[in-house]
Ligand binder design. Structure first.
Ligand code: FMN
Length: 191
């Protein structure tokens, strides 16, 4: 699939078929993630492939409820985590991206660069998944500390995000974007 087709055709998928996902496809999407650019090529990301239903269910329970019309409802991605046969949890090693080898920060943004590097990897993963017929939804609203406990993530690492990976059970809805002109300026901010 052409890269622009993959970018324009990918949608967040929150309902999955129970079909298994073969290991070759999982490897393909992880390779795509791992070939993302990263600060100083430090590759601070770590991927945890979770297949176990009970673990996925426990992780789904950590997703934050969302307020819709004054009612708290389950995060729409929770069902996807329970349904899809695979969950990819993405962690970052702290103090790598954005830091010199002596541990001093290079920029005034401190440790935010691990979020940046992980985001690049996860977007690669989502596009690669779409190109091989699999769905994803990037998940941010969960109890990080609880997920780290469930997965035994050691000090020095942080769980950043996760995505179910499976065969989509729907086409995914198109979430419209703002006009490009609204978010693009020329020469100076705001113009
Ligand atoms: C950092 C980040 C966190 C997100 N967290 C959630 C989430 O917790 N639950 C969810 O259902 N979708 C989540 N999403 C998916 C967005 O809602 C979705 O990408 C957006 O509405 C645009 O739709 P599209 O991905 O289909 O283009 C997240 C996306 C990003 C990039």
């Amino acid at each position: 699939m052409d890269v622009l087709d993959a970018i324009m055709g990918r949608r967040s998928i929150r309902r999955y078929k129970s079909n298994p996902v073969d290991d070759a496809k999982i490897k393909t999407v992880l390779e795509a993630a791992h070939w993302a650019p990263s600060w100083g090529n430090k590759q601070c990301w770590r991927f945890i492939v979770v297949r176990d239903q009970e673990t996925r269910s426990k992780i789904a329970d950590t997703l934050m409820k969302i307020r819709v019309e004054n009612e708290l409802v389950e995060n729409a991605a929770a069902r996807g985590i329970r349904q899809a046969p695979v969950l990819i949890v993405v962690c970052a090693e702290k103090g790598q991206a954005g830091f010199r080898s002596d541990g001093t920060p290079v920029t005034d943004k401190g440790d935010v660069w691990y979020m940046f590097d992980v985001a690049l990897a996860v977007e690669n993963l989502a596009l690669a998944a779409h190109s091989v017929g699999l769905g994803t939804v990037i998940v941010g609203g969960f109890d990080t500390t609880r997920v780290e406990e469930i997965l035994g993530v050691p000090d020095g690492y942080r769980v950043v995000t996760m995505t179910p990976l499976g065969v989509p059970d729907h086409a995914g809805q198109v979430s419209p974007r703002k006009d490009l002109a609204e978010v693009t300026y020329h020469e100076k901010f705001g113009r």
